[in-house]
Write a new protein. Structure first.
Length: 218
């Protein structure tokens, strides 16, 4: 996984230095954070959160969006969670894998939220805003898990989000992540897809490319 993350960082190397606070000015005080979740089904209130990954987005001195470090976590299903066998087959998640090293839901969320809060403070952002492909799905699971764990400091805006499916539909005429990446000339390995870390990295690349393309047109 470490080698994969290092390769994925190559796409986002800044052309200039990161400018502290610039991202807040670009998005009305919000810190964009690209997120992907893998789950046991489609219902955030009843189905398990199984994987989560996040990568914050910052801005360099040329006004280009770049990514910060990716953070990821496997998650233990909450007590009584529903897990559809079809979801496990789709994602390839093996809940009995001894190397899975999943954290309880509350610990997993803290692991994801803490670096986001630190960057919010550093870059003078009042809140994080979730970026995802079909974003309300991911936001729904993050919010439901936060409520179950009674986490008072969920950094994400409770309902606003940036949806790369919509942005890609506008920019490239495609709403499926793999196809949107293909149109954007972003390498996409379908065999590696449907893990939270991989999909987050590719969604981040797509988001940065679309926003940076718009920036260059101005």
């Amino acid at each position: 996984m470490d080698s994969f993350i290092e390769l994925e960082r190559e796409f986002s190397k800044p052309q200039g230095d990161i400018v502290e606070g610039a991202i807040a000015d670009r998005f009305r005080g919000y810190l964009p954070v690209v997120v992907d979740v893998e789950t046991g089904g489609f219902k955030s209130s009843t189905d398990a959160l199984l994987e989560i990954a996040a990568v914050p987005v910052l801005m360099d001195s040329n006004g280009e969006l770049v990514t910060s470090d990716l953070v990821e976590c496997n998650v233990e299903p909450f007590e009584g969670a529903n897990i559809e066998e079809s979801a496990l087959q789709f994602t390839g998640i093996n809940l009995n894998d001894p190397n899975r090293e999943a954290l309880p839901e509350a610990d997993a969320l803290r692991h994801i939220f803490q670096p986001i809060r630190r960057l919010m403070k550093t870059h003078n952002c009042k809140r994080a805003i979730l970026v995802a492909h079909n974003a309300h799905f991911d936001l729904g699971f993050v919010n439901a898990a936060s409520e179950r764990c009674d986490i008072k400091r969920n950094p994400f805006h409770p309902f606003s989000c940036f949806d790369t499916a919509t942005l890609a539909g506008l920019a490239y005429g495609q709403t499926v992540l793999a196809r949107a990446c293909e149109e954007a000339n972003i390498e996409f390995d379908s065999k590696a897809a449907h893990t939270a870390a991989y999909d987050t990295a590719k969604t981040a690349e797509l988001f940065c490319k679309i926003v940076n393309k718009w920036h260059r047109m101005q």
